[in-house]
Design a protein around this ligand. Structure first.
Ligand code: PAF
Length: 281
């Protein structure tokens, strides 16, 4: 596995691959790998000749009071994982390499970014779109892979690629969960043992709503109330940031559950802000 820190070197290599018909896949990450990241690398490995993984804790997607400085990092461990997963190139730029002095262009998809996580993180998706657009321009992949846990991010990036006519397929890979159902996340290490015990209730609350839908309940307000009730009982340390039932592509809030409905939630549990989602039908 090649480790590259220079964007010019990466772009030269990837331009060469694209021009000579080598099918490449990009997996953008912020590091501190767990099984969820491995599944993204595996997804890419199975579909491309060359796999490029970027490892960059992107400062532009963190708000002023968020955990940029504390975000967990383990470059040596991550390089071992990436190499074991058969990654061809690990791109690990410094912040100045990606955002040098004078950087002044931003990419936004405001319609999809305004709700859900965008309410408490108003500049987050602008940072995500901008860094991903740069990574796509540097690597020119045929596909780029993102986890479905960050459903809103995935929907936004799909729209960005479509609107900007990017020659790349943006693909989602299923959420990987711990045995008790908690979605894997680098931020789970912020949980205390007691919070960790309660955390699976986030997903179980969403499953409770899906069960109610299967029994015929269609009213979104009733479903949200049922989930909140479940959390009050099983996730008492949690404070709900948002809980919405939306159309999975447009992210528009629904009043009643029809053919396509996604329940998405963020709950603060101690220092961690956990997000999860579940299709209700
Ligand atoms: O999902 C993430 O880890 C990040 O938002 C991403 C896509 C790597 C952009 O920094």
């Amino acid at each position: 596995m090649q480790i590259i820190t220079s964007k010019d070197e990466l772009q030269r290599l990837c331009l060469d691959w694209r021009c000579s018909g080598v099918k490449t896949a990009l997996v953008p990450t912020m590091g501190y790998y767990h099984t969820g990241h491995e599944s993204l690398m595996d997804y890419a490995r199975q579909r491309a000749d060359k796999v490029i993984v970027s490892l960059f804790v992107n400062p532009t997607q963190f708000g002023p009071h968020e955990d940029l400085a504390a975000y967990p990092r383990d470059l040596a461990g991550d390089a071992e994982v990436a190499s074991r997963m058969g990654v061809d190139v690990l791109f690990t730029p410094q912040a100045e390499e990606m955002f040098p002095q004078g950087h002044g262009t931003w990419v936004e998809v405001p319609e999809l970014a305004k709700g859900l996580c965008g309410i408490s993180r108003p500049t987050h998706f602008r940072g995500v779109c901008t860094v991903v657009m740069k990574l796509l321009t540097l690597t020119l992949p045929r596909l780029a892979v993102f986890g479905e846990k960050d459903w809103q991010q995935l929907a936004i990036l799909k729209r960005m690629a479509k609107d900007m006519c990017l020659p790349v397929s943006i693909e989602g890979s299923p959420i990987i969960r711990e045995k008790d159902g908690l979605a894997m996340s680098s931020r789970n290490i912020y949980l205390t043992p007691e919070e960790r015990k309660q955390a699976p209730a986030l997903q179980l609350g969403l499953q409770h709503a899906r069960d109610l839908v299967a029994q015929g309940e269609r009213d979104v307000e009733k479903l949200r109330a049922a989930i909140r009730g479940y959390w009050q009982q099983h996730l008492p340390t949690g404070s709900v940031d948002y809980l919405e039932i939306v159309h999975p592509e447009t992210l528009a809030p629904l009043e009643s559950v029809g053919r396509d409905a996604l329940c998405a939630a963020a709950v603060k549990v101690g220092r961690a802000r956990l997000i999860d989602n579940l299709k209700l039908v």
